[in-house]
Design a protein around this ligand. Structure first.
Ligand code: OGA
Ligand code: MN
Length: 204
């Protein structure tokens, strides 16, 4: 088993070499179970909102671009499951700041639920007023995900001026991290309910 530091290192190696890193079992199965339970609890409270793509007035247009429902986490939450996630995310931030001098000072993080048939078309995470986003982080919570469930994260990279598509399944416990400003990506249509926690590490 990799130590937490080895996991951080492998993510950073990926980011430096390719602009993105993938780490499996970043969350343990117990942590995934707790987060799934908390996710359901918060979803059932009815506070999730259709995600937008910028200004409030554009939410209806946004549906053709992204179909997830989201709820932002609060930094000061005392819920155990949310604390585990936020504290792990903070440990990663601290490691990034100490080893890569990224000057990350804050993070914004939301739960995201894609129902069957939903997707998020090709985009970058730094559109409009999303200033200060250095790294995007996505924690996946989907146990027993199968290829036929779709819902892959597709990352577009350039190799010798040729575009390459990397396809990453949203497997429970997996963390994907990429440079927010640099990489186009999308979520392909999902054929099963797809749960994740998405965040941005900010330098302002
Ligand atoms: C996003 C996003 C990717 C994913 O929320 O901006 O690109 O795999 N999510 O959920
Ligand atoms: Mn995105």
């Amino acid at each position: 088993m990799q130590s937490q530091e080895e996991k951080f290192e492998s993510l950073i190696e990926g980011i430096v070499a390719n602009g993105y890193g993938v780490c499996d079992d970043f969350l343990s199965s117990e942590e995934v179970t707790m987060l799934n339970a908390r996710f359901t609890e918060r979803f059932d409270d009815g506070n999730f909102k259709e995600a937008g793509i910028g200004k409030q007035s554009e939410v209806h247009q946004a549906k053709e671009i992204r179909g997830d429902k989201i709820l932002w986490l609060e930094n000061g939450t005392t819920n155990i499951a949310e604390r585990i996630l936020l504290d792990k995310n903070q440990a990663f931030i601290n490691y990034l700041n100490q080893t890569c001098y990224l000057g990350i000072v804050d993070a914004e993080i939301h739960f995201a639920k894609y129902d069957i048939g939903k997707f998020y078309r090709r985009h970058r995470d730094t559109f409009q007023a999303q200033k200060g986003r250095i790294l995007s982080v996505i924690y996946y919570l989907n146990n027993h995900w199968q290829t036929e469930n779709g819902g892959n994260l597709l990352i577009y990279t350039q190799e010798n001026n040729i575009e390459k598509t990397i396809s990453i399944a949203p497997l429970a416990g997996r963390l994907v991290c990429f440079q927010s400003e640099k990489l186009d990506h999308e979520v392909s249509e999902t054929f099963r309910e797809r749960l994740s926690i998405t965040g941005w590490l900010l330098n302002v």
